[in-house]
Design a protein around this ligand. Sequence first.
Ligand SMILES: NC(=O)c1ccc[n+]([C@@H]2O[C@H](COP(=O)([O-])OP(=O)(O)OC[C@H]3O[C@@H](n4cnc5c(N)ncnc54)[C@H](OP(=O)(O)O)[C@@H]3O)[C@@H](O)[C@H]2O)c1
Length: 263
Amino acid sequence: MDLQIKDKIALITAASKGLGKAVALRLSQEGAKVIICSRNKESISKTEQEISQKTGGIVKSYFCDVTNEEQVAQMIDGIIKKFGKIDILVTNAGGPPSGGFGDFEIDDYRKAFELNLLSTINLCKKVIPTMKKDAWGRIVMITSISVKQPIDNLILSNTARTGVIGFMKTLSNAVAVDNITVNSICPGYTKTDRVENLAKNFAQKNNSTETSFYEKLESNIPMKRIGTTSEFAQTVAFLASEGAGYITGVSLKVDGGFSKGLF
Ligand SMILES: NC(=O)c1ccc[n+]([C@@H]2O[C@H](COP(=O)([O-])OP(=O)(O)OC[C@H]3O[C@@H](n4cnc5c(N)ncnc54)[C@H](OP(=O)(O)O)[C@@H]3O)[C@@H](O)[C@H]2O)c1
């Protein structure tokens, strides 16, 4: 299927590894010109080289912390100067630390909101004017399955990400008339460094093994396996495509059936 995004300008944040990187690779494979960022100069430029070598496409990387308004403004200005516009925005960031109600102070919530909610709002505020000019835009917000079914011991993530969904749905109605779609993809457990670290921590804390972490996790997933970054990325690419132009305001689970609710 031709996604019809060849030569579209796509910004994917937090993309030196994991879900963001897989999305950047996929969009580049589809012919989009891809811009990626993360906080570590060395790893983001390594990823830039890796993707452009694999696809032969145009890939540009920025050193940018999505919680830093000044760095985000500089990056967006740089992209507009070089490419003229941004057609596709995929918002992503790291996840807040794990823990429950008794583990955090108000400042920890503030940091989580900055990382996952305010960074998303800020990126949209900066990118939407250029999409409006062109009367075409695709925004995909990477959240988590926790917006459908809160995950135990992840109170910061559960709280901050549901705010993203409220923002996403409200924004989608406001910009639909400009031919801009706004959706969220909610990953379930997907094999990235983040999950590998969770497995290592589990093994250490419980005097157990990483294999038993995965076995425990997978026993709760109807598909009996965790997801791949490639499966995740293909779903994002579809929502970024021309053909998905009538889908907006949706939060879509990519979780192998993990979330047991109806929606
Ligand atoms: N993998 C899963 O199973 C899963 C499930 C549900 C939700 N999620 C969520 O999806 C997001 C991505 O997960 P992942 O598994 O791909 O994580 P990951 O493998 O740890 O990768 C995180 C990426 O984000 C970048 N990053 C982190 N904080 C940043 C910031 N403030 N500004 C810019 N870049 C930043 C990191 O690069 P630098 O360190 O260089 O900045 C890295 O490229 C996270 O929010 C995670 O909580 C993941």
